[in-house]
Design a protein around this ligand. Sequence first.
Ligand SMILES: CC(C)(COP(=O)(O)OP(=O)(O)OC[C@H]1O[C@@H](n2cnc3c(N)ncnc32)[C@H](O)[C@@H]1OP(=O)(O)O)[C@@H](O)C(=O)NCCC(=O)NCCS
Length: 155
Amino acid sequence: MVKIENLKADELISVLKLVQNTYGEFNLNEGSKKAVLNYLAVHDSKNVSELKPFFLGSTFVAKINNKLVGMIRVQWPDKIVQLFVDGNFHRKKIGTKLIKKVETEFLKKNAERIYIRASLFSIKFYKKNGFFETEKIQNYKGLKVQPMQKILDCC
Ligand SMILES: CC(C)(COP(=O)(O)OP(=O)(O)OC[C@H]1O[C@@H](n2cnc3c(N)ncnc32)[C@H](O)[C@@H]1OP(=O)(O)O)[C@@H](O)C(=O)NCCC(=O)NCCS
């Protein structure tokens, strides 16, 4: 069974490894070589101390039998910054569970929409979860992103 929990400080290195490995497997062709390498370098576990303030309090993890298999990081009150599910566990609705968790949390903060700069790989996933494209694909820090939104149903 999948459990969704708040990220604990001693799990951040595992999260960074998940981000690097999953990005390396599915998103490498989504920008300039320089930007992609920079994204991987930023998430290196040697940066764990510097990254702590950006992840703690704003990241949820998905676990199966205590193994970390997914993460979602937000910017309160209404933006998704990162969402990664271990490739060995794709298409098992773990990404959907992580989205639902942040939807609940955003609603508690009275958000009306969710905003995301989606990776090209994830566009179909977000559409399936009720998001729609708001603009054309954009270049964000050298990476191709699809701006998307979802309107939250509060009541
Ligand atoms: C995008 C991602 C988080 C989806 O996670 P997931 O747990 O596999 O997604 P789910 O199982 O909840 O998928 C729900 C539905 O979305 C759609 N979907 C998910 N992945 C898809 C894919 N690769 N291609 C087409 N549709 C997809 C399907 O309709 C799926 O339902 P189905 O399996 O019954 O057909 C995962 O693929 C991932 O980590 N990708 C690499 C990193 C990335 O691009 N992250 C997004 C950053 S913004």
